[in-house]
Design a binder for this molecule. Sequence first.
Ligand SMILES: Cc1cc2nc3c(=O)[nH]c(=O)nc-3n(C[C@H](O)[C@H](O)[C@H](O)COP(=O)(O)O)c2cc1C
Length: 482
Amino acid sequence: MFKINEECPSKHLRKLALALGGDFKEGVGASSLILDNENGKGYINLYELFPGIIVRTYNIELRDELVLSLTKNEFSPLYLIYCLEGSYRHRYESGSREKIVSEGRNLISLTSDLEEHTLTLPASVKLRISVIVLLREKLNVKANNSKGNVSSIMRDIVLKMEHGDSYRFIGGLKNPIGKHAKILIENRRTDLAGKLITESATYATLAAQLDDHDGLNGSAKHQDISDNELERVVHLCTYISKNIARPHTVKELAHKSGIYPRKLQEAFRYLFNQSVAECVKNMRLEKAKELLETTNIPISNVCDEVGLNSKSYFSKIFVEKYGMLPRDYRSSFEQSDWTFELTYKSKAKLYLSDTEVAELVKKSDRNNKIISVTGCLIHYGDDFFQLIEGPKKKVLELFDLIGEDSRHDEVEVLWKGPRKDRIFDDWGLILISDRKRFSNDDASKDLGIDMKTILNTDSKTAIKDLQFWQRIRDRIRVQVEG
Ligand SMILES: Cc1cc2nc3c(=O)[nH]c(=O)nc-3n(C[C@H](O)[C@H](O)[C@H](O)COP(=O)(O)O)c2cc1C
């Protein structure tokens, strides 16, 4: 049984990755587990769209039954689950009211604060399921002082479905809910374009759900867009996100994709529920949000980097979308108890003796403790892998220093972003080395981790693989967390 804590949603996917194997990729606000082994085939994607909105999509066939326990928590989650293929079982802990939910059905579940419930994904069945989780308390806080569209849709949904106690509704997956749920489930991507597709499909699903709940069935518009055209639009989004600082016009994008401007607008409406211009604007905002979370660069530079040349316009559209000013969004991470994490890999320039490495770690441990940074350094052959975590400003300043250190080069950031919890809070810097000589001081304790197990291979080429290093980080994390 896997317990899912919706406060740290990526943690359960990481644990699942360890249990089931497969490739686990993690980015800002999105992660993905791809399985192609004896435990199953397919993928599970996770998106954290906004504080309080989480989406998980399961497009997978598992060898064994998987029981997901949705634990109670203070944020009173509301679950909207759409099943396009296969079936699953849903049960509240307090009773034996287990229900089978099959293909073409949706389930809305609202639990009281005290109630746990489980989702059982059956073995050997092809599943296509999407789960939208709304953390009501988090959304309500935002809704109080915001006119943002995100918050208002959520608030309406929550108000409509507010029943006090646990509440379960199972109904047919009608259009247009089904249409949007399909886009949600079939989106494999977790990059900027992928997040945007999921975000639009989520809001469209919720808006359609709201209409349906009101008895106002939205009518699905006739769409005459081929798969090839949709594919080209998705490629176009990748192009836009890679060139986000530049201006983009419908004319230019139509030329680039080879789709007539009117058709292009239609395809964007179909896929994103937005016009081309709105979609480009949202991609700029998404990128800006990411930069606010992961860097310290001044807000005017954020504007430039995302192709918005007016700071006041940027603030205006940011508030419209996210319900708060960019600087408040940034400081909400700084003021909260969230930590900032950065992982990178690099290569030692010269051979460093054990004494030199021990000296480096000892000094770093001391320095880090002073600035409230904690972390872990892996030294394997001539590769370094380091995770540092703590106040964002301190972590970024330290990383600037480390990046300039002449003892290593080829420094490549693997991940950076805010996290709910620290991993290595007991150590300023802990060393894990393949030289198997751990000193006994506080700075470098033997975690009892066998390097071979972490690396799971002797291959030098694998060590260069980004995903490989990400897996190492996750293994250490789970090992330390227990
Ligand atoms: C792979 C590697 C990891 C490092 N990690 C840290 C660290 O976590 N903390 C730290 O203060 N210095 C670290 N350093 C050293 C810094 O680059 C830099 O030398 C140090 O911060 C300067 O400290 P000082 O001004 O006290 O001499 C690291 C160096 C290397 C090569």
